[in-house]
Ligand binder design. Structure first.
Ligand SMILES: NC(=O)c1ccc[n+]([C@@H]2O[C@H](COP(=O)([O-])OP(=O)(O)OC[C@H]3O[C@@H](n4cnc5c(N)ncnc54)[C@H](OP(=O)(O)O)[C@@H]3O)[C@@H](O)[C@H]2O)c1
Length: 356
């Protein structure tokens, strides 16, 4: 017998050729797929998103909210952060998302958070590690320990990063989940510790947890593609030594993160999330060069290894990302030509020694 139709289920409209404004961008980033609308019906709520005030959190919550609306499913979404960016809190509240201001390093504040069967942890700290490594270690270890204790009875999707892997040979196609976690630098090692803390609590309390090792979410205001495009537009050199990378449209990343809740297991398992194949910095820069009408300026040559991953395991479970990176390259080139809003949040994609 065919499945019962999902209420109000709509197919996603085709991708636009151009994105002209932040409103259009946010609309594109928060359009749920039929699969997400169907999935959201399985959640009883509330859904708690921790670290919701950063680069990904607002659009992840916005995407989940639109999925609930399109499914006709009144699921409460609770976004928790310090909201250092007050605009993020206002944006979320205006969309009917509950916001809670809390410092997740404050035990009392974490223990006072609302109960929830499903939790997404986005908190972490990378940039500024060189200046204040102690805060990076605390944010990536103490915070997760408190979260895992508070939400011991919940399902948790915990964001991790491809930085947990060392540089791997480009010819081998990218690190798989079994790769030993022996990266360089304090941030990457604190990110390994973040995973190990979640893993420990998953074993100790039988908490189902999925560890999502994300490589480069991209949208039009920040990300590795924006970094490459800006170098060309501003006629600055691009270092080629880190010659390959994976990336994924942030709307697809957020969608897959939400749909990863059923992958949570005890003990915790890890899943790579990014483009199925790595891209070459040189080739992507060439594509931007054509679209921007300026030739890229390169520095050095490609090393035989790079920070790349193989996300075949997650693609086999939840499908590949829906948005072609070639389309994102078109959008970014037009965005930059049209003077679109850019965030001063460089990815430092050229760094090879783990110093952030
Ligand atoms: N974006 C990417 O391309 C990318 C790539 C690889 C991995 N990831 C992983 O994905 C996760 C989400 O990415 P993102 O880009 O959104 O990260 P992000 O911009 O750093 O956002 C995380 C947010 O967590 C909040 N936070 C940090 N410490 C906190 C604390 N003590 N209490 C409460 N909130 C705290 C901060 O917001 P407030 O200041 O509002 O508290 C911060 O903006 C990160 O953990 C990262 O490891 C992201």
């Amino acid at each position: 017998m065919p499945d019962a139709p999902v209420p109000n289920m709509k197919q996603k409209p085709p991708l636009p050729d151009v994105i002209r404004s932040e409103d259009e961008l946010l609309d594109q980033l928060t359009r749920p797929s039929a699969a997400l609308i169907e999935f959201i019906l399985t959640l009883s709520g509330p859904l708690v998103v921790l670290g919701a005030g950063g680069k990904m959190g607002p659009t992840l919550c916005g995407l989940a909210k639109r999925a609930t609306e399109e499914a006709g499913h009144p699921l409460e979404i609770i976004a928790v952060s310090r909201f250092s960016d007050a605009g993020a809190q206002q944006w979320l509240a205006a969309r009917g998302i509950t916001t809670v201001r809390a410092d997740l390093l404050d035990r009392a504040a974490v223990m006072a958070l609302p109960d929830a069967p499903d939790v997404i942890n986005l908190t972490g700290l990378k940039f500024g590690t060189g200046r204040n490594p102690a805060l990076t270690w605390a944010t990536n270890t103490l915070g997760p320990a408190l979260v895992a204790e508070r939400y011991a009875a919940s399902r948790i999707v915990a964001l991790s990063t491809g930085n947990v892997y060392p540089l791997v040979p480009v010819a081998e196609g990218g690190a798989r989940e079994e790769q030993p976690l022996t990266p360089l630098g304090e941030y990457a090692n604190a990110a390994v510790a973040r995973e190990r803390i979640f893993h420990y609590f998953s074993q100790r309390n039988a908490t189902p947890i999925a560890l999502i090792r994300l490589n480069f979410a991209v949208e039009l205001r920040y990300g590795v593609l924006v970094d490459i495009a800006r170098r060309i537009w501003e006629e600055r050199p691009i270092r080629l030594s880190n010659g390959s990378f994976n990336c994924i449209w942030q709307g697809d990343a957020n969608e897959i993160i939400l749909r990863s809740l059923p992958l949570a297991t005890s003990p915790a398992d890890a899943w790579n999330l990014s483009s199925p194949k790595p891209f070459s910095v040189r080739e992507v820069a060439g594509q931007f060069g054509e679209r921007l009408g300026k030739p890229p300026i390169f520095e050095g040559t490609e090393a035989p290894d790079s920070f790349i991953c193989n996300p075949a395991k997650l693609c086999a479970r939840l499908g590949p990302p829906a948005t072609p990176v070639s389309r994102v390259i078109d959008w970014i080139a037009q965005w930059i030509r049209n003077n679109g809003v850019l965030w001063e949040k460089s990815t430092s994609f050229e760094v090879r020694d783990g110093g952030y």
